[in-house]
Design a protein around this ligand. Structure first.
Ligand SMILES: Nc1ncnc2c1ncn2[C@@H]1O[C@H](COP(=O)(O)OP(=O)(O)OP(=O)(O)O)[C@@H](O)[C@H]1O
Length: 300
């Protein structure tokens, strides 16, 4: 369990994290979502004691990170996968990590196996692909068999196979009852990975909710309709819902069910070439909710 209360971090005049309160439950994958510069990395650094909050508090299993007796047995964090000595083998990197943190050396081969790196354990980490480096980084977080895991942008730059592997691995860790907190600005990825979301913009909390609920609440369902008689259809829909025109000329109808549009068209002899309900995407939900708080809006 991770709990932040009124968490705030200032760097000079920049307020990187602003009065942020949220909680991350065990047994689930919780996505930490926000555009670049929203304050995700700063928040994660405060969770693991690398940065001190200017105000507020964040606890792991009820305690400040710095007060934990065996931090790596409680929290594993991967904030930068390239943090590996390039000339060390994967195994010796993990052995060094285990030794310097008072963790049993016997755990090294277990975690190599868990992440599927046993066969390349003697290879120099500097020769690893990004996907393999991520696996090695994840192996490092698991050395202390911690209950809480933090991953900062773990799928950045990975190919689809690497992304799938990470996604499945996160689920496995959550199924084991661990708390899994994973940040990303890749919204569609989070929609598939996370069961719960903590969404921030400009350091502030925008939403804490289940992923499905977030999408449902933040996006208004719409129906795309193409017809050779668009103006006639538009007139029929007048007063029933809002009708926009897409770039390709299709009508985008808000507030009317697709079945009702189909029946209305049939009853009035209007031909339809397309009638497709548009499911709200996480991207739409996110844009809707962060409209005012996204940094890049101001600079566009
Ligand atoms: N050490 C620092 N000194 C000064 N400003 C900082 C520092 N670290 C972060 N910031 C600023 O704090 C804000 C939040 O940055 P942070 O890296 O936490 O965001 P993020 O959501 O992780 O973004 P990204 O996805 O780009 O990593 C940004 O405006 C950033 O420039």
């Amino acid at each position: 369990m991770i709990e932040a209360t009124g968490l705030t971090k200032r760097y000079g005049k920049t307020v990187a994290v602003d009065d942020l309160s949220f909680s991350v439950a065990p047994g689930r994958v919780t996505g930490f979502l926000g555009p670049n510069g929203a304050g995700k990395s700063t928040t994660m650094r405060m969770v693991i004691g690398l940065d001190r909050p200017t105000r507020g508090r964040v606890t792991v299993n009820g305690q400040d990170y710095r007060a934990l007796r065996h931090p790596l047995r409680t929290v594993g964090a991967l904030l930068d996968a390239k943090w590996v000595h390039p000339n060390r083998s994967a195994r010796s990197h993990l052995r060094w990590l285990a030794r310097s943190n008072d963790l049993p050396a016997g755990r090294v081969d277990e975690v190599l196996d868990l992440v599927g790196l046993t066969e390349v354990a003697e290879r120099r980490a500097g020769t690893f692909s990004l996907g393999m480096s991520q696996r090695l980084g994840i192996a490092g977080t698991l050395l202390g068999d911690p209950e809480v895991l933090l991953f900062d942008e773990p799928v950045n730059g990975l190919d689809p196979e690497g992304i799938l592997w990470i996604r499945q691995f996160m689920h496995r860790l959550a199924d084991e009852g661990r708390t899994v907190f994973v940040s990303s600005h890749l919204l569609s990825e989070m929609a598939q990975t996370a069961q719960d979301l903590v969404v921030i913009g400009r350091g502030r909390l925008i939403a804490q909710t289940g992923t499905e609920q977030f999408i449902q609440e933040a996006t208004e369902g719409a129906v795309r309709v193409r017809s050779p008689q668009p103006e006639r259809l538009r007139a029929l829909l007048e007063g029933q819902g809002r009708v926009d025109t897409a770039e390709d000329g299709a009508l985008v109808v808000h507030g009317v069910e697709s079945s009702a549009i189909g029946e209305l068209a049939a009853a009035n002899g209007v031909t339809l070439h397309e009638l497709s309900p548009q499911l709200g995407s996480l991207e739409q939900a996110f844009m809707q909710l962060t409209k005012e708080s996204v940094e890049y809006h101001a600079t566009q």
